[in-house]
Design a protein around this ligand. Sequence first.
Ligand code: SF4
Length: 324
Amino acid sequence: MVNEVKELLKKHKITLAAHYYEKDEVFDIADITGDSLELAKKTAKLTNPLIFCGVSFMGESAKILNPSIPVYMPKLASCSMARMAEIDKVKKDIELLKKENIDFIPICYVNSSAAVKAIVGELDGSICTSSSADKIIKWALKQNKKIYFLPDKNLGTNMANKLGLIAKVIETQNWQDADIICFNGHCSVHQLFMPEHVEFYKEKYPDIKIVVHPECSPEVCKMADFVGSTSQILNYVKNHPNEKMAIGTEFNFVNRMKRDINPNIYILSSTKPECPSMNETTLKELYNLLKAIDEGNPYNEIKVDEKVYKYALKALNQMMEIVK
Ligand code: SF4
């Protein structure tokens, strides 16, 4: 099936993009790979059709940043964190902040729907990724406003801890001393990594390095030797190819680094931390989509509403401008 997929991609001049969390059977044949920020930058330059293997918000971002090309996804898989940030909940938070006369700027993690990104763009805010979050927060702080950070309270709190700021979840309603007010969302995969897992590995291998993603809880991040985005973790592993390490992030990505770079890698969990949404895309699903395109019946082409497009693009462009 791999050869048929490659032939169909070539025949239709389609670029295949895959996020680091995708299954190996898809990731290993992709033309473009990366984390959210890398993929946004790389796919924005394409001039031919794109098949994006990842979760829905990534396909939407690719379409918004490059509206002239068709963007397809083998599966419209929805990230659980993005789902938590329902439009009505976000609007309710914003109304509450306005009612309390809080002067704020919204910063929205890229793991969110285009409609939520558009709300942020309309309020002159910015998108961030886990690798750009500290830069975007510093940009917002220069405006002397509080930051409404959504949807990941862990990323917001971990960035606050890194920058010496105070973060509070919006439900506390006690924001006088807070620099960052967080929406109450989280990643269902990264919440699996617990302080006891860090203790277990530290006790078993005293020289082990604990490496985690900032979507993990602040308790886990405080115990880690290195906290970084997906691409930053990859660079850390490449720079320490012989070091024993336990890594707290998505399984496919960690397992591939163990396969290709460093066999001394352990998963920082007693369960298999697979992202069910990322795992929805299989080689078979990719093949089915390509067959449908070949037969003139494509499906799962990403479309974005015009008004949503305008303001979501504004918020995404704000991030691209800050990180360029
Ligand atoms: Fe969403 Fe978490 Fe899966 Fe990333 S790992 S796509 S944040 S559910």
